[in-house]
Design a protein around this ligand. Sequence first.
Ligand SMILES: NC(=O)c1ccc[n+]([C@@H]2O[C@H](COP(=O)([O-])OP(=O)(O)OC[C@H]3O[C@@H](n4cnc5c(N)ncnc54)[C@H](O)[C@@H]3O)[C@@H](O)[C@H]2O)c1
Length: 359
Amino acid sequence: MGCGVISKQYIQDIQRLYRELEICMVADVHSDVAERTAQQYNILRWGTPDELLNDTETELIINLTPPKMHTEVNRKILLAGKHVYCEKPFALTLKEAREIQELARKKGLAVGCAPDTFLGSSLSTCKKLINDGWIGKPLYVNANMMSAGVETWHPRPEAFYEEGGGPLYDMAPYYLSALVKLFGSVRKVYANAKKGFAERTVYTSERFGCKIPVETPTHFAVIADLKNGMLANMNFSFDISKSTMPHMEIYGTDGTLEAPDPNMTGGVPKVYRREQMLAECFGGQDLNDGGFCTLPELYQDVGNFVRGAGVVDLVHKLDNNEKEDAQLAVHVVDIITSIIKSAETGIPQVLETEYEERK
Ligand SMILES: NC(=O)c1ccc[n+]([C@@H]2O[C@H](COP(=O)([O-])OP(=O)(O)OC[C@H]3O[C@@H](n4cnc5c(N)ncnc54)[C@H](O)[C@@H]3O)[C@@H](O)[C@H]2O)c1
C-alpha cells in the first residue's frame, strides 16, 4: 500500500531474497502509479487502496504510505481482516500507536513495524559481541544521526519538514530501535531541540529551487537513561552538512564498540579493547596502530540497504503461532514523543511503556 520511493526497495528485495512471500497486488491513491509499479516489477494486479483492502488473496499488507497516514491506513488494514507491516514511524502519538496495537490484539492479527535493520548482519554481530563480553559491561552510548536533510534526494521533501516529520520521526527510529534491541527499555529522556533553518530549498525534480517552510524542529539533542542503568547521549539532525561524529559508539568497562550505521543492514563493527590502551600507556607498545580492530560480520550479509527482513520475520512468527504485536515500535513512539515533550517543556520525561525481549 503506497507505491513511492521505498516501495521499489521492498519489492526488489522481497522478489530477490524472500521467495516465501509473493507480492500479489500493489495499490496507491494514484492508481496510475500503482499500475506503473506493477508493470515494472511483473506484479499481476494493481488497484486503489479499497480494492487492495477487499482483495481476498492478500493476507498481509505492507503500509508504505507517508507517516501521517500510517495510523489511518493501519486501522483500515486490520479492520479488513489482514495482518499489517508498517514503515516507520509506527504512529505520530503514543495514543495512536496503542490503539493499533490493541485493535490487532482484538482482531487476532499480527502487526509489525520498521525498522528491521537490527535484524541485519551488522547489528546482529554487535549484539553478539556485547553479549560475549568483548567490551565488558556496557556503560554509555553515543549515537548521532547528523544529516543535511532529504531535499537533495527525495522527490517529495515537504512532509519531512511538517509536524510528524523532522529527523526524530524519520531517522531516530533506526537508532532508537537499535538502542532498545541492544540494551532494553529507555526509562527517562531529557531533550532540547532547534530549527536551524526557517525554510529549505528543493534540489530534486522539476521543483528545483522551490522553498519549503520548516514547521518542525530539525535538530534534537537528547540524553536518555536506560532501565538497565546505562546512559545514552544522542543527536538527531537535518541541519548538518558534514560530521565526523560516530553513528553509534558503545563504551564498556573493557573497551569500546563502534557499531555500523543503524540505518543500514550491513557494515563492519570495530572494537577497541582496554588492554590496547594499557599496552599503549604502560608497555610502550602499540597493539593495533592505536586504532580500532575491525571484526568480521558473523551473519550473512545480504547487502547494505535491504528492506523486507521484518516482513519475513513477522510471517515466520505467524507460522510458529507467535503474534508480532509491535511492542518495540510502540516503545520507540513513546521515546520519540517523550523527547518532543521534554524539548518543548524543558522537563525530563519518564516513559510510559517498556520493551521486553521475548526469549
Ligand atoms: N524514501 C526512503 O528512502 C524511505 C526509507 C525507509 C523508510 N521510508 C518510509 O516509508 C514510508 C514511505 O516513504 P516514501 O519515501 O516511499 O514516500 P513517498 O511520498 O515517495 O510515497 C508514498 C506513496 O504513498 C501514496 N499514498 C499516500 N496516501 C495513501 C493512502 N492513504 N493509501 C495508499 N497510498 C497512499 C502516495 O501517493 C505515494 O505514492 C514513510 O513512512 C517513510 O518514512 C522511506
